[in-house]
Structures are given as C-alpha cells and as structure tokens.
Ligand binder design. Structure first.
Ligand SMILES: C[S@@+](CC[C@H](N)C(=O)[O-])C[C@H]1O[C@@H](n2cnc3c(N)ncnc32)[C@H](O)[C@@H]1O
Length: 466
C-alpha cells in the first residue's frame, strides 16, 4: 500500500522500533467482522444459522471475525437484522460505554450506526437512545440501520451537536463521542480515507473534536459516563485531545480493561505527560487483529450547573397525542394482525405526526425537542390512509414472527430474495396483511389475496440482485 510520505515520517518518529511492524500491518488484509443483534437472537444462535465460518471477538461477546472473502451483506439474514457488519475493534467503544437498560444514552456522531445499533441492543428496548448525525445523507442511512435492527426506543436527529444543548442540557447518563477523525486506522479498509489524509486534515479534525467534546460535556449528567473514541493513530486527536479536555473540564479518567487488549494510551505522546492518559486504550493493528481504535472513558464530576438561556424558547411540537377516534383504523389493524403482548405495551405512547403514527419512548419531552431536525422519534408504526392503516417497515422489523397473526415464514433463500427485490410471491396465505419472514425472522410486510402476496418492502431498500 502506498502511504503518504508525511504520515510515514510522522509515525516513524513516534514509533521508533515499532514502526516497521506498523508498516507490515498495511500489507495484511483488513479484519472483517459482524456483531449479533441481541434484540433478535443470541450469538450462539446466529453462529449456528450462518453459512460461513465465525470466530469470537475477545472483547465483545456478540462479535465475530469472518473470513476476508465472505460477503456478509449477501445473506437474507442480514436484511432480517440478525447482525450488523462491523470491524472488530470498532465494537470495543460501546463495550467501554457499557449502557444498561433504562439509561438515557446519546451517540453524538452516529452514522452509519455501528455503535448506535450496538447501544440499542444493549438497552433492550428500555431507556432512550438519541442518535445524532450532522450530515443529512448519512443521517438517513443511520435511521434505516436503526429500523432494520428493530430498535424501538431511538430518536434520530440531524443536527450540529451544539444545537442539542437547549433540548438535552445535562440529560444523559452516557454519551459516546465517536469523533470525526483523520481515519489512519481506516487505510486498509477504505481507500477514500487514505486519499483524504493530510497533516492539515489532522488539524481540522482536532478543531471539530474539541468543539464536540465541549458540547458533550454540557449534555452529560454530573456523574455520567463519557466515552471518546477515534479510528486514527495521531496523538493530537487522541492522547493530546483527552489531556487538554481533562485540564479544562471536571472529569476523571477511568482505567479501561477489555479482554484481549493490552495496549494503553501513550503518556510520552502527550504535551504535559499527564499520567492518567495511561488509563485510555490504544488499539493498534500490529498487536490486535483489527484496524485500530483509541478509546477513553471519563466520569463527569459533580459541577456547577450553567444557567441556560434558551434563545428561541421551545416550539410547539408537531407530534400530538392521538385520540381514540383518530386511532380507530390503527386499533382495528392491531387487533386483527398483532398479538396483544406487542400492542398493549405501547398503548399509552401513541402520537401522530400528520398521517404518521409513532410510539414514543416514555419520558421524552416533545416540546423540548420540537426545534430539532428529527428523522425518527421512537418507533414509526405506520401511516393512516383513507379508511385504513398501513403498517411500516420499522414495525415489521420490531416484531417477532410470533407477535403477528398472519405470517409467511420463507424457508427458501431464493424466495426471500424474490421478496427483497420487491417482487410479489405466489403463495397462499390468509387474506390481508402478512408479516413475511425468512427462517424465523421478519423481513417486512406483504398483503395477501387469492394466492398472491403483494410486496410492501420499501422501494428504496429493494435489492437489485442476489
Ligand atoms: C467516525 S464517524 C461515526 C461512526 C459511527 N459512530 C459508527 O459507529 O457507525 C464520525 C461521524 O461524525 C460526523 N461528523 C462530521 N463532522 C462533524 C461535526 N463537526 N460534528 C459532529 N459530527 C460530525 C461524520 O459525518 C461521521 O458520520
């Protein structure tokens, strides 16, 4: 691999004798992985179902290495949301964040959603995940990934981080800042990261990281956990960024121990030799099978709260609590098509946004978030059409097949692909809405009549070929 000269020179100066082994690592193939979606099944169940070999990741019990030539996206189980394709060292940051069911968690730089979907699985539907992404097109991908994985308690926002402060000042138990970075750990995986790299880019990323961390501080509850991670090696974006942060803000660094990872942040690469930096993790591709990550875990000390000035005041929310009459077509749909254990649980949190119906996680103050660009507020259940309710893809993915009354569980991979391509299925099932699945897990809705299942898989997600 042709590496930029300025990068080689910098790493050689920093790494001394270890530099050659870093260079050698660039000639090895990238490490590939998948992570089990435990909202749907266990790692052992997944491994048994997959047609390719898997090997466990030491620091993440839901994670597996897969062979380099495997194409994990080419399997209907991927579309059923049974796993997320994720580089193994990228799985470490959420292990360090360690979210628990019931927590309020913010993923501040969230797209495409590897870490958000990992957080969502750990929350097991209890608590709230706010997944924010600045870049609009990437926020859309994040939202789709959250839906595919069947996460019901996420709010997806498309905002500059600082715009979240008026809505969520000191609101979160845990915050992940998986910062935009110069991507030196992505060179094997992503030729774009190599082409975009420059010393100036490192500088630009530092400016962004500093600002994002300052915002994260304002959003975290006192006593809360802040995890900072990057997929780059430059000390300026890692050890030095965290050293400057703890000098300015009231935080204590916690020692991170993860099975299989022994290397820590380099105190000798900081500006002021802060010993606490040795508590961070520096995962490098020469010592661990993976592309590399830097991770710091910080606890916010009790501090003096700011007096917030809400400049614009809060707007009126466009989401409004649905009345029984407004809900009639949905209620009919739910009673005819879903099992009570699913629809009774969400009865008290149904809100309308125009003709769209959402189940919004308890505790979310809709007035407070009304000023934000919201892509998804909780679970989108479906859309009211003239005299009927049409269930959504998100609802299909949040359901177990056992929670739908009329199902068509395909055993044949070709038929599953036929469905995923948007084609109708020549199969006889009871008339009406049918939850189509593959090998026990939902893929989406169809509508059956006279020996044919009409396809309701979203047009934008349909695949072109197997
Ligand atoms: C390392 S990626 C996040 C990867 C994601 N956490 C995952 O696991 O899939 C960093 C993200 O930060 C976003 N970003 C870029 N500039 C930003 C800024 N100034 N503030 C916040 N986020 C930014 C990028 O668009 C990108 O999606």
């Amino acid at each position: 691999m042709e590496l930029p000269e300025a990068f080689k020179e910098k790493m050689k100066n920093l790494m001394g004798d270890d530099y050659e082994s870093l260079l050698d690592s660039y000639d090895q193939p990238e490490s590939k992985g998948i992570r089990t979606n435990t909202l749907k099944l266990s790692p052992a169940e997944l491994a048994n179902k997959l047609p390719f070999k898997t090997q466990g990741v030491n620091w993440c019990k839901e994670g597996f290495y897969i062979d380099h030539e495997v194409r994990p996206g080419k399997n209907p189980r991927y579309y059923a949301g049974l796993y997320y394709v994720q580089e193994p060292t990228a799985m470490a940051a959420v292990e360090v964040l360690d979210p628990k069911p019931g927590d309020w968690v913010l993923d501040l730089c969230a797209a495409p959603g590897g870490k958000s979907t990992q957080i969502g699985a750990k929350l097991q539907g209890a608590g709230v995940l706010v997944a924010n992404e600045l870049v609009n097109s990437r926020a859309g991908i994040l939202s789709t990934n959250i839906e595919r994985m069947g996460i019901t308690n996420a709010i997806v926002t498309n905002e500059f981080p600082e715009r979240l402060v008026d809505s969520f000042y000191e609101s979160f138990d845990r915050i992940l800042v998986d910062a935009p970075c110069s991507g030196e750990g992505m060179f094997r995986k992503d030729p774009g990261a190599l082409a975009d790299w420059s010393l100036e880019r490192v500088d630009r990323c530092m400016g962004k990281q500093e600002k994002i961390l300052e915002t994260a501080h304002r959003l975290l509850k006192p006593g809360g956990v802040l995890v900072y991670s990057t997929c780059t090696f430059s000390p300026e974006e890692n050890e030095q960024m965290i050293e400057a942060f703890i000098n300015k803000y009231p935080y204590v660094l916690e020692t991170i121990t993860l099975p299989g990872i022994t290397e820590h942040g380099r105190v000798d690469w900081t500006r002021n030799q802060a010993e606490a930096i040795a508590k961070t993790l520096r995962i490098m591709p020469m010592t661990v099978k993976g592309e590399g990550h830097f991770i710091a875990r910080l606890i916010k000390s009790e501090g003096v709260a700011e007096v917030l000035e809400i400049k614009q005041g809060y707007a009126k929310s466009r989401l409004k609590k649905a009345t029984r009459i407004e809900l009639q077509d949905y209620t009919d749909f739910a009673k005819n098509n879903l099992e009570p254990d699913f629809y009774q649980k969400i009865e008290d949190c149904l809100y309308l946004l125009g003709e769209h119906l959402y189940a919004i996680p308890a505790g979310v103050d809709l007035e407070r978030i009304a000023n934000l660009k919201l892509l998804r507020t909780g679970l989108h259940l479906g859309t009211f059409k003239k005299n009927r309710f049409e269930p959504s893809y998100a609802l299909a993915m949040a359901l177990k097949l056992s929670q739908a009354k009329n199902i068509c569980d395909l055993a044949d991979e070709d038929l599953a692909y036929q469905y995923l391509k948007g084609e109708a299925l020549n199969l006889k099932v009871a008339k009406g809405w049918v939850l189509v699945g593959y090998d026990g897990y939902a893929l989406g809705f169809g509508k059956a009549s006279e020996g044919l299942i009409k396809n309701h898989y979203p047009k934008g997600l349909r695949i072109r070929k197997k």
